[in-house]
Design a protein around this ligand. Structure first.
Ligand code: PLP
Length: 428
């Protein structure tokens, strides 16, 4: 067991403790396969009788080292890296739900996740009930069915910036005997550790703040190890009854609550779907993690200053940032994330869609990109980019007004970001 360090130290040194004469930096094990002396040795690995590496589609030492760091940051019991955040969201649900099952999900989630759940996973026979994150406990209870297997939401939602009351969602999920899965991409474990509020499983798009430099697409799943699968074994036969594809192993019996979920996701889903992160990408991700704590502080400071500037400017129609005392989620954000939420701010310009387009065209430092959570500031006008097929009425219904600009504040000097927005506003 690693000694429990403070989060900043874990960002820098977690997951990897080299021995005498070993590389100081995490080595990139760029090998698809691993050598053994006897077939018997290897057979034990295939039977999950011994732990070790045999093929990098399932597990790789570099990826495991970096997963162990993220696991320590979240305070979990086990973790795995995946090829993308999308793969992480998919595995997190599909590991415990299949054809005929049901999941309760917050409406306020990343668009890609919404599409994955409501279109692609629906085709696999999994149904979803989407519920307003600000719903009452009674409304949340009412969304459950006999076949519900999980609840899913985002700590700070991309792009709506709603803050999820994780304690409320965890309490209701547990009352129905199912785990709460939280996508913690925007907050990162530096700002929020969902397990401390009762969440059971955490997912990440590591492509965002964890990488933080726009270098490598990746995902991660962390298990808290606290959900008692056997107490609800009729709901989770995949974890609580023998797996015929692994010679009758019962994951919870063999690996306990701490290891069963991630072992199953690795041994079954990674084996069959192969959404593997490359060791090279894991190495880049680790470099990002080493400065995550410092970058998050600056992302949040910059977003706070920019949001305050925008709120006081009379050419701006509205500003949405949970760090503003005027924001609906301010108190909840202060409680769950006293050090800040994220670096993303959304706002509307007076003059609507046309003015939004003109403002963005005039920005010099802040680039137009389909990305967030990068060291470099960037912005996006969903109405003319990701949601351009929608008309103004449909945009309003989707909670994305035509004048909405999503601004991801990087780690530059905030006054330069404000100056850039000011000069663009002056041209309107
Ligand atoms: C980007 C994102 C994802 C998807 O991650 P990819 O790495 O792009 O596949 C999932 N959830 C959130 C909150 C995101 O911002």
């Amino acid at each position: 067991m690693e000694k429990k360090n403070r989060i900043e130290t874990t960002c820098v040194q977690g997951g990897y403790t080299p021995g005498n004469g070993e590389p100081r930096q995490v080595p990139i094990v760029q090998s698809t396969t691993f050598k053994y002396a006897t077939s018997e040795d290897m057979g034990k690995l295939f039977d999950l009788e011994a732990s070790g590496y045999f093929y990098s589609r399932l597990q790789n030492p570099t990826c495991d080292t970096v997963a162990a760091k993220i696991c320590a940051l979240e305070g979990g019991s086990a973790a795995m890296l995946l090829s993308s955040g999308q793969a992480a969201s998919f595995f997190s649900i599909f590991n415990i739900a299949g054809n005929g099952d049901h999941v309760v999900c917050s409406t306020s989630i990343y668009g890609g996740t919404y599409n994955l759940f409501s279109v692609t996973m629906k085709r696999m026979g999994i149904s979803f009930t989407f519920i307003d994150p600000d719903c009452t406990e009674e409304e949340l209870h009412a969304a459950f069915q006999e076949n519900t297997k999980a609840v899913f939401g985002e700590t700070v939602a991309n792009p709506a910036l709603t803050v999820l009351d994780i304690e409320k969602f965890a309490k209701v999920a547990h009352a129905h005997g199912v785990p709460l899965i939280i996508d913690n991409t925007f907050a990162t474990p530096v700002n929020c550790r969902p397990f401390e509020f009762g969440a059971d499983i955490v997912t990440h798009s590591t492509t965002k703040y964890m990488d933080g430099h726009g270098v490598a697409v990746g995902g991660c799943i962390v298990d808290s190890g606290k959900f008692d699968w056997m107490a609800h074994k009729e709901k989770f036969p995949g974890l609580c009854t023998p797996d015929e594809s692994y010679h009758g192993i019962t994951y919870v019996e063999k690996f306990g609550n701490a290891g069963a979920y991630i072992t199953k996701a690795t041994a079954q889903l990674m084996r069959d779907f192969g959404c593997t992160q490359s060791p090279q990408s894991a190495f880049y991700l680790n470099l990002g993690l080493e400065s995550l704590h410092i970058r998050m502080e600056r992302h949040c400071l910059n977003a706070q200053k920019v949001a305050e500037f925008l709120e006081s400017n009379d050419k701006i129609a509205w500003v949405n940032y949970p760090g503003l005392p005027s924001n609906k989620y301010y108190d909840l954000a202060q409680k769950m994330m006293p050090n800040g939420t994220c670096g993303v701010v959304s706002f509307g310009v007076k003059g609507g869609r046309k003015a939004a387009e003109a403002l963005m065209k005039a920005l010099k430092l802040i680039a137009i990109e389909t990305h967030v959570a990068d060291a470099r500031s960037c912005c996006l006008h969903p109405a003319s980019a990701t949601h351009r097929q929608m008309n103004d009425k449909e945009l309003i219904a989707a909670g994305i007004p035509g004048d909405l600009i999503r601004l991801s504040c990087g780690i530059e000097n905030y006054q330069d970001l404000i100056d850039d927005i000011q000069q663009a506003l002056d041209l309107l």
